[in-house]
Design a protein around this ligand. Structure first.
Ligand code: FCB
Length: 443
């Protein structure tokens, strides 16, 4: 059963999260082409070559979607804006329709009493900037700062919180080393540059927003607990390398102005010249720390070039993604992040949730007891961390709607609300109804 609102500290925020490309329908409203369109149009990259062209048609159906969010008794809505919708070429002339859309959307949140929690970049890089090298090109920090300014000048007055980049690990490592997300590279030099430039862009955007007078600015990193597959020193070293690359690189740079030695070991030879001089800007103070958490990994040593680890299938129950369910990792991360990185700043869980296979809508109902269970277990982990002194101030469930799960297309369903991708009809799942009951403000 989901814990009730009253079982959390006074003022604890509950929200849900989505992202632009995953729900809006990027073919609508004059948005520019993005590297996700290019990636998906290349055979073999995305399941059934699905794209975000129509997605959930949130571009037209947003009033209904905001009603659903408010109807779940949530306090905040974490959404993202698409760079290519605001600036179709990534730079230059803004798209008035795009700015009008985000203006209406934010007004819609405010009217419904929802706090707008904005992410400026959730992965849909304008293709025109990808042509110039995308995250490999140092100039991206300036392009991103300019986009930040255009958007914040228009909607910043009503924004409750803003974070520049969603999950820099995905932008850097997943997209340039593992080749799983756009632009689909597998290149260590590109990776080192992307992993540094994404942080530089973060720093520049924070600087721009401070300059405009905005407050409540944060950073959102995704974390995966790294366990050695056995108690050999080699497995421990493999897990420590994974942890350094995945979890410590970004938090280390933002909160300590340093990269972990175990990651630099492989990446330093490929870093852009003069990277050390950027660390001060990257570490520009933020007001809160956002953590996205889903699972853990089990690591074994592996032969071959650095980083010499392999992910081993684990024994715990798994979600539709094949991800092990491991709420203890969230508790441990909340405590470790506070002790070593955020040092007392508010921490928000900016994403947590699970995918489950589609179950048919029967009599207007979709039953997803496994999601209620997953959320309950993770909220209990949050309560334990709070009891041990972690300054956790809010929790956002990923996601409001079933949506475009990137290279896995529309098959992996993370929503509290079911979406029929033919009719686009929304049906609240039983997890949505359980959450609405748990969060009712009259107790
Ligand atoms: C996170 C992403 C989000 C979604 C969930 C499942 O890494 O931020 O867009 O794909 O995972």
């Amino acid at each position: 059963m989901l814990p009730a609102r009253a079982q959390f500290p006074e003022g604890f925020l509950f929200g849900t999260a989505t992202s632009a490309y995953q729900i809006e329908g990027h073919a609508f409203g004059g948005a520019g082409r993005t590297h996700w369109d290019d990636f998906a149009d290349t055979p073999g990259n995305v399941v059934r070559a699905e794209t975000g062209a129509r997605a959930c048609d949130h571009y037209h159906r947003w009033p209904q979607d905001l009603d659903l969010i408010a109807g779940a008794n949530l306090d905040a809505y974490r959404f993202s804006a698409s760079w290519a919708r605001v600036l179709p070429e990534g730079r230059g002339t803004p798209n008035p329709e795009g700015l009008d859309f985000y203006d209406r959307l934010v007004d819609g949140m405010v009217e419904r009493g929802l706090k707008p929690a904005l992410t400026l970049y959730h992965w849909e890089l304008p293709s025109a900037l990808a042509d110039l090298g995308g995250w490999r090109n140092r100039d991206i920090a300036g392009w991103f700062a300019d986009y930040t300014e255009v958007l914040m000048r228009r909607i910043g007055d009503r924004i409750w919180s803003a974070a520049p980049i969603n999950e820099p690990w995905c932008v850097g490592w997943l997209s340039h080393f593992m080749g799983i997300h756009a632009p689909g590279l597998r290149d260590i030099r590109a990776t080192a540059r992307a992993m540094h430039h994404v942080l530089l862009a973060h720093g520049r955007a924070i600087e721009v927003m401070r300059g405009l007078g905005h407050r409540n600015l944060g950073a959102v990193c995704n974390l995966e607990w790294a366990d050695p597959v056995d108690d050999s020193p080699e497995a421990e070293a493999a897990a420590a390398r994974y942890d350094a690359i995945y979890n410590r690189w970004f938090l280390g740079a933002i909160f300590r102005k340093e990269y972990p030695a175990l990651a630099l070991e492989g990446l330093e030879p490929h870093m852009p010249p003069g990277w050390q001089d950027d660390m001060d800007l990257i570490g520009t103070p933020v007001d809160w720390c956002g953590l996205n958490y889903y699972t853990r990994k089990n690591l074994a040593p592996a032969p071959g070039p650095w980083p010499q680890y392999a992910e081993i299938d684990g024994p715990l129950p798994k979600t539709q993604m094949g991800w092990e369910i491991y709420p203890e990792g969230l508790e441990k991360f909340l405590l470790r992040t506070q002790a070593e990185y955020s040092r007392g700043l508010p921490i928000y869980i900016t994403e947590n949730g699970m995918a489950s296979a589609e179950v048919p809508v029967v009599d207007g109902m979709v039953d997803d007891p496994e999601r209620i269970d997953y959320l309950s277990q993770h909220l209990a982990a949050v309560q334990r961390a709070i009891a041990q002194g972690a300054n956790v101030q809010g929790y956002f469930c990923w996601s409001m709607l079933d949506n475009y799960e990137w290279s896995l297309g529309y098959e992996k369903r993370f929503g509290l609300v079911h979406v029929d991708f033919d009719s686009l009809k929304r049906t609240p799942k039983s997890s949505y109804l359980a959450l609405a009951r748990a969060l009712a403000r009259n107790g």
